[in-house]
Each structure stands twice: as C-alpha cells, then as structure tokens.
Design a protein around this ligand. Structure first.
Ligand code: AMP
Ligand code: MG
Length: 400
C-alpha cells in the first residue's frame, strides 16, 4: 500500500524508542545524550576567590593607603592571614579570599611604597571577588535528562565531579547492499555491473547521524543468502539498513523476506525520490529497506532513518530545521508524488533563495553534491520564479 511521507514518518516513529541507557566514562560521552538529571552536589566555586592578581582588602575603609600584611595568597593554598581595615594582603588569581577581606584591588591600580600600598582609585565592595556558589548552588539542576553532551556540558559534568554518567548508546547500524550487478569500489565492473556506492555513502550518513555503522558487504539477489545475512546482522546490530531489491521485480526479494521474518509496516511512499522505501521490524529491531538508486537511498535516509537513529540515541530534536524560501527559477511539481528537490539555499539581502542542483534523476548522485536543502514540493500547479516553498535544511546555508 502507498502512503504519504508524513504518514510514513508517523508509522516509523511509533515503532522507535530510545535504546536502554548505559553508564559511560566522561571520556566516552561526547555526542551522546544524557539519561539522568545531574545536580551540583556542592556550591561552585566552593570558596570565595580572587579573580585577579591584587590586594585583598576591607572595602568600607575609605583610605587609599594600606599596610602590607606578611604572606601571599596563592591558588590552591588556604590563606594564613586575616585582613582588617587599614591592611592589605597580596593574593593571586584563583586564590581563596583571606578572612576579613571583601574586595580585591587589581595590581594595576596600586603602587607599593615601602611597607604600604597605595590605590589609585576607590575600592568597591565585592570587586574582583567570585563569591562561593556564584556559578552553581548546591542541589541545583545542572543538566537535565535528554541534554545532548557537547564540550560545555561535559565540562560541567567534570565540574560537579561526575566521572561517569548514564547516557544513551549510539545505535549500531548494520548496512548491506544487495544486487547481482553490484561490485566493490576497488573492483573493475564487468559489462553489466556497477560499483557499490550506497554502502559507503550510508556508512558516512550513519556516522554523521550519531550511529555506529557495521558494514555487511554486498549480497546477491538470492533469498537464502539474504535471509542468512539479515538474521546474522540483527544479532549484532540495533538497526538494519539494506539498499536495493525493494521494487516489484522477480529478483526483488527484500520485501517478502522481511514480511516472512517480521512485520512490514509499509512498502511504498508517495514521494520522489524513494517510492519503494520499505519499513519493517524483525525481532523488535527496525529495518529500513532503502531503494537501490543512490539518491533515493540517501534522501530516504535523511528523511526517515536519521530521525529514527536520533531517537534511539536519546535525542528529542529529531528533524532538521525548515524555512520558507523563494525559488530562483520556475519548478514543475510531480503530478502525484511529493518531491524532495535537492537545492542550494542562500541569502541575498534579506531574502532566502533556493536553486536546484540540476538534473534530479534518482541515480544522479551529483544532484546531492553541494545541496544544503531538500525542497518539499507537493503535487500541484507549476511554480513560477519567486514562489515560496519549504526548505528542509540538511546543512547550514552559507551566508554571503
Ligand atoms: P533496485 O532498487 O535494486 O531495483 O536498484 C535500483 C538501481 O540502483 C539499479 O540501477 C541498481 O543497479 C542501483 N543500485 C542498487 N544498489 C546499488 C548500490 N549499492 N550502489 C549503487 N547503485 C545501486
Ligand atoms: Mg536490485
């Protein structure tokens, strides 16, 4: 049965849930999604500290001259002096503020005269002091479940002493190519053969989407070989992606095989490219059978597999951002299928414009080159230059 792209999205999402979380060391969490709430166990910073090299003083003393106390406050050492009105203690950046002091005068604003230091301007209470608990208060929620862990988040985990956290694993994605005509890139294709581009493109796409690809090679169009490979794949992976063999031909075995091994949710989507996209579950694991044409495979991956992998990895923002753009040139929509046109979106003044990447044949991988958007063009009348369409941004547009 043929369904609309939005319906395909809904059926896929209904079957996908986040993988069970694991406990990971801090070194291993980059790019993962947090699976617990993390709170500060104590105030941070834990002590009032000087933010400059200077003189710790009592601010309310109006005199500009102070007697220098013996001893220096270094970062990492507890101060051994007490500051009273009329005195000043030398402190370095990051050193705890000595008892009694409530401000630090920058070294640049001072001049030493024998036993005394003279300030070139008035002292303000609290200046150049980072109070205890000013960044984080004990008990405060620092990072919530569902937060994607980047450099700042990981720095915060370290700050609050979390050397291990619960996070979602990267989904393991088995990828196999099918087709009697398909050979490896290093082989010289025979007269009726082509090289396998899909598996290599999809491995890169999986990695970019936050999955861990497992390459399973090329399988000929033979049901027994395919069945053995698919069953083996599901032992070691969370998701299966195949390409090719999902059309209506006598040698297209993937659909019937998935129906025999599990449940097929749909096998036709009213879209261009990627009409024969098939989605199934075998042993509870999602299986995406992508069409063999290289552009169909990659566009289907972008629209459906990438968001699914992101959900499995714990993300809640699954889809790419969309924006309205104007067409640089006229466009003729497909009469029945929603088309996902590969395009370049760029800004010109205060308008965003889109132009296609040329011939949109589903075999022409060049149409993906340089594309930063897929234009979602539903069936309808011809679109003139300047018409507004929706762009799905698959890369950040260059700003000219
Ligand atoms: P299929 O979906 O198997 O009918 O294949 C559709 C088209 O995609 C055919 O022209 C295939 O030769 C081509 N094709 C299938 N698999 C691959 C692949 N792994 N890499 C490049 N092209 C492929
Ligand atoms: Mg085939």
């Amino acid at each position: 049965m043929m369904i609309e792209p939005e319906e395909a999205w809904k059926r896929i999402m209904a079957e996908i849930s986040p993988l069970p979380p694991h406990r990971f060391a801090l070194e291993e969490v980059a790019g993962r999604v947090l699976a617990e709430d993390v709170r500060a166990e104590a105030d941070h910073p834990p002590f009032a500290a000087s933010t400059v090299d200077g003189w710790a003083v009592v601010a309310e003393d109006p005199s500009r001259q102070r007697r220098i106390l013996n001893g220096e406050g270094w970062a990492g050492e507890m101060p051994d002096v007490t500051v009273a009105p009329g005195t000043a203690a030398r402190v370095m950046t990051g050193a705890p503020l000595p008892p009694g002091a409530d401000a630090v005068v920058m070294i640049e604003d001072s001049a030493v005269e024998g036993e005394f230091v003279r300030f070139t301007r008035a002292v303000r209470p609290g200046e150049n002091v980072r109070p205890a608990g000013s960044d984080l208060a004990a008990g405060q929620l620092v990072l919530a479940t569902g937060t994607a862990l980047g450099p700042a988040e990981i720095g915060l985990l370290a700050t609050v002493g979390r050397s291990e956290v619960w996070a979602y694993p990267f989904p393991r994605v088995a990828i196999l190519s099918t087709g009697d005509e398909v050979v490896e890139p290093w082989e010289t294709p025979g007269p009726a053969q082509i090289r396998d581009s899909n598996r290599y493109a999809l491995m890169a796409a999986v990695r970019e989407a936050g999955g861990a690809p497992i390459s399973l090679g090329i399988i000929p169009d033979q049901p027994e070989a395919l069945r053995a490979k698919i069953e083996g794949a599901l032992d070691q992976a969370d998701v299966l992606i195949t390409s090719g063999g999902v059309s209506e031909g006598e040698r297209d075995h993937i659909g019937p095989l998935l129906a025999e091994l599990g449940t097929v949710y749909f096998n036709r989507v009213r879209q261009k490219p990627g009409k024969p996209l098939t989605f199934a579950a075998v042993r509870g694991k999602p299986c995406f059978a992508l069409p063999g044409n290289p552009v169909s495979a990659l566009v289907s991956f972008e629209l459906y597999v990438r968001p699914a992998l992101r959900r499995m990895a714990g993300h809640t923002r699954l889809r790419r951002p969309e924006m309205p753009v104007r067409l640089r040139h006229p466009l003729r929509p497909d009469p029945v299928r929603t088309e996902f046109v590969r395009a370049v979106v760029e800004r010109d003044g205060d308008q965003w414009w889109a132009r296609t990447t040329g011939a949109q044949a589903s075999s022409r991988l060049l149409s993906m080159l340089g594309a930063n958007a897929l234009l979602r063009v539903p069936p309808g009348p011809d679109l003139p230059e300047g018409a507004i369409v929706t762009a799905i941004l698959i890369a950040w547009p260059e700003d000219h």
